[in-house]
Design a protein around this ligand. Structure first.
Ligand code: BDR
Ligand code: CA
Length: 311
């Protein structure tokens, strides 16, 4: 099988960083066309620089990095330094990137790639969906070049930024609605599934004992990450949200889900950004996404550890 053409849209961010490293470590499966960055966990100046820092760390400076939208479509930017630290990569200090940021805007890159793709492209969306929404608004025809969009976002149950909403969908609910309404082949991994994939002491130890610089970096990131999530949600360790998207693309058999009709609340105050999913799609509200509900957490960590051992 030829490697799958992939663009990762992200806001690194600790868990985005681990997702990028997992993708870098899978060159047989992914032809990584580029990384597009957006404002989210930290402002855009940091997310794009962090993406380049990670390319250096993994010796993947062949992967171009693009900066996208500096704020959500309509709302002011909300960031998550409480979870990811003021740099976005709390727990490690990575050198200033010497690799250049691409001059092209991330939205222009997304449109151009999808319009000229020889083989349909997979988009892994790991942050607020602003870049993809702007691209789809500007160039709806780009859909023809998209194989599928796999999103980390939303929650069927409790949210993590408000009781009703998950961070990525809450930060830019209007963009999330544009994307779920676009008629694309969508897969959504929300908190219901990512909260099953938590970093226990044993899983952290397995990463540490890799003894490689990357294993050490990921272990250092995970030692500092997500304690708030652990306390707030009563988890057994910090959840690996964004790497679940890459793990799903590598090994879909580790996950199960159901087709649902998904919509996003964009008007309410209490429920802004809420994922409203109907597991019994109707003729008027047909399924528009595969919503992932379960993950084999042991399998996801085994995959991550095995792949990072190769980098
Ligand atoms: C999502 O929000 C961000 O903080 C993480 O990077 C992840 O994409 C989880 O709600
Ligand atoms: Ca993210």
């Amino acid at each position: 099988m030829l490697p799958r053409p992939l663009i990762i849209d992200c806001d690194p961010g600790v868990d985005d960083a681990i997702a990028l490293l997992l993708a870098f470590a899978s060159p047989d499966e992914f032809d990584l066309l580029g990384i597009t960055t957006v404002a989210g966990n930290v402002p855009l100046a940091l997310t794009q620089a962090n993406a380049r820092r990670l390319c250096h760390l993994a010796q993947r400076t062949d992967v171009p990095v693009y900066a996208g939208c500096p704020r959500p479509l309509l709302r002011p930017l909300i960031t998550a330094e409480d979870i990811h630290g003021s740099t976005g990569l709390e727990g490690v200090v990575l050198p200033e990137p010497t690799m250049a940021l691409q001059a092209q805007h991330a939205v222009a890159f997304l449109m151009e790639q999808c319009m000229t793709a020889m083989a349909p492209i997979t988009i892994a969306a790991l942050g607020p969906l602003t870049n993809l929404a702007v691209a789809l608004i500007q160039c709806p025809a780009m859909a023809k070049g998209i194989d599928q969009v796999v999103i980390m976002g939303g929650a069927l149950g409790l949210g993590n930024i408000t009781p009703a909403a998950e961070f990525n969908f809450y930060v830019d609910p209007h963009a999330a609605k544009v994307v779920v309404d676009a008629g694309l082949p969508l897969t959504i991994l929300g908190l219901d599934v990512t909260h099953q994939v938590v970093t226990t002491a044993e899983r952290l130890a397995a990463l540490e004992t890799l003894g490689t610089p990357l294993g050490q970096t990921v272990a250092a990131l995970l030692r500092h990450y997500g304690q708030d999530d652990v306390e707030r949600h009563g988890l057994a360790g910090p959840p690996l949200h964004d790497p679940c998207v890459i793990a799903y693309l590598l090994c879909p058999d580790l996950f199960t889900g159901r087709p649902m009709h998904v919509d996003i609340e964009t008007e309410g105050t209490l429920c802004l950004g809420r994922t409203v999913a109907n597991a019994r799609p109707t003729e008027t509200l047909p399924a528009n996404a595969m919503v992932i509900e379960t993950a084999d957490a042991e399998g996801v960590y085994a995959l991550l550890t095995e792949r990072l051992g190769k980098l």
